[in-house]
Write a protein that binds this ligand. Structure first.
Ligand code: PMP
Length: 424
């Protein structure tokens, strides 16, 4: 038979398919709310001014070369990235028990972490990782290589994982957190289970636990000896404040919850294509950290050999230079602020201007950043999202999730009116 006759055709990636359909549409007022990246008020990608500055510094630096980075990445990048998420005065860092590895952005961090856990984490029975329902749709992708046994020559997985289990996250009525359901799952899962948690600005819901709820979650995780697998792709983007968006992770570390953090600089530094990220694993002591680091290095070596340097250099410059760091914080506030303003304006248009039927409080209750999106309403049907696309040329994913970053002062009125027509 023909070589590769056994390869089935995979469906196209849903977001990229949406983008292609949007591009092909010639309607002048078309709106793309599927996009997973920040856009400015002119609907253009935004290169952060601080990133432009840092790039210029790199360009003028005659001492730089194109040599390989160490396997675990650019040292000044990984150390400052760890301080950014765990805190400037983190005792765990001071005690040398944090293992930090530079990765291919957040996706690579998640993948490397999944690989490491699948090999070394001591599960109590089935190897199950608990994801939220709904979760960022690609989360499941990280686990794909772990879903079936692989031969040692192809990858390092020796054991297979079962399908991820799901934890309820949203209460349909209020589109708020299903806290009771979440805690019940933490309590009923076998001891030493792994729970994937979004550190802030949950994607795709925009719904985060409150401070008190995080405290309860930490209590139960400790009592049940679970493992917290944090994904943080939006530090700074959620509230506009880097420290506030890291609060849950820092609190968990202070409580001694066993955890790791997958960190991405795609959104908060606008470095999507440069693939800048890190995996930080907080271990009980330095001796454990050294062993974990050695094995993460082995895995990293076989996966990507060593990480790319350019984006890491840009971020390291910004994080280690007080002036650039302040400028970055201002740029982050610009992005987060615009998103928050769009939420407020959409809410105002629907509730005051158009008097659209239904409760729209969740638009402003969900925490304000861009890519985590809103389910308008659980009554918002697939067909309505299709009508928005077919009749109004508004592109969004079929679950009714929209990216606030696709809204701007020029199209928000048009969008609100289209939405109003659809739900009436
Ligand atoms: N985690 C979450 C929750 C995300 O939303 C994203 C990107 N949308 C990522 C991780 C990883 O993205 P990247 O690989 O571009 O850093």
């Amino acid at each position: 038979a023909e070589t590769w006759h056994n390869v089935p055709l995979a469906p196209p990636d849903s977001i990229f398919k949406l983008t292609a359909a949007f591009k092909a549409d010639t309607y002048p007022q078309k709106v793309n709310l599927g996009v997973g990246a920040y856009r400015d008020d002119d609907n253009k990608p935004w290169v952060l001014p601080v990133v432009k500055k840092a790039s210029q510094i790199l360009l003028n630096d005659r001492s730089l070369d194109h040599e390989y980075l160490p396997i675990t990445g650019l040292p000044e990048f990984v150390s400052s990235a760890a301080r950014l998420i765990l805190g400037e005065n983190s005792p765990a860092i001071a005690e040398n028990r944090v293992v930090s590895v530079q990765t291919i952005s957040g996706t690579g961090a998640n993948h490397l972490a999944a690989l490491f856990l699948s090999r070394y984490y001591q599960f109590n029975g089935d190897k199950v990782v608990y994801l939220s329902d709904p979760t960022w749709e690609f989360s499941q992708g990280y686990w794909i290589p772990t879903l079936r046994p692989c031969s040692e020559s192809l990858c390092h997985l020796q054991q297979c994982w079962h399908q991820p289990a799901f934890v309820p996250l949203l209460r349909p009525k209020t589109i708020g957190l299903d806290f009771a359901g979440f805690v019940a799952k933490l309590e009923s899962a076998p001891e030493r289970s792994v729970f994937l948690l979004h550190a802030c600005a949950h994607n795709p819901t925009g719904v985060d636990p409150t401070k008190e709820q995080w405290e309860t979650i930490a209590d139960v995780i400790l009592a049940r000896k679970h493992y917290a697998f944090f994904d943080t792709a939006y530090q700074g983007f959620a509230s506009g404040d880097l420290d506030r968006d890291a609060a849950a992770v820092r609190y968990f570390v202070s409580r001694g919850v066993p955890l790791l953090v997958c960190q991405s600089f795609a959104k908060n530094a606008g470095l999507y294509g440069e693939r800048v990220g890190a995996l930080h694993l907080v271990s009980p002591n330095k001796e454990t950290a050294d062993r974990v680091r050695s094995q993460l290095s082995v895995l990293q070596r076989s996966e990507i050999s060593n990480p790319p340097s350019y984006g890491a250099r840009v971020v390291a410059l910004i994080l280690n230079n007080p002036e650039l760091f302040e400028e970055w914080k201002a740029d982050i506030r610009t992005m987060a602020g615009r998103i928050i303003k769009m939420r407020e304006e959409l809410y105002r248009l629907l509730t005051e201007k158009l008097k659209t039927p239904g409760n729209w409080d969740h638009i402003i209750n969900q925490i304000g950043m861009f890519r985590r999106v809103d389910r308008f309403d659980f009554g918002f049907k697939k067909t309505q999202s299709k009508v928005l696309t077919d009749d109004a040329h508004v592109y969004l994913t079929v679950n009714g999730r929209i990216s606030m970053a696709g809204l701007n002062s020029k199209n928000i009125r048009y969008f609100a009116e289209a939405l109003d027509r659809v739900v009436r």
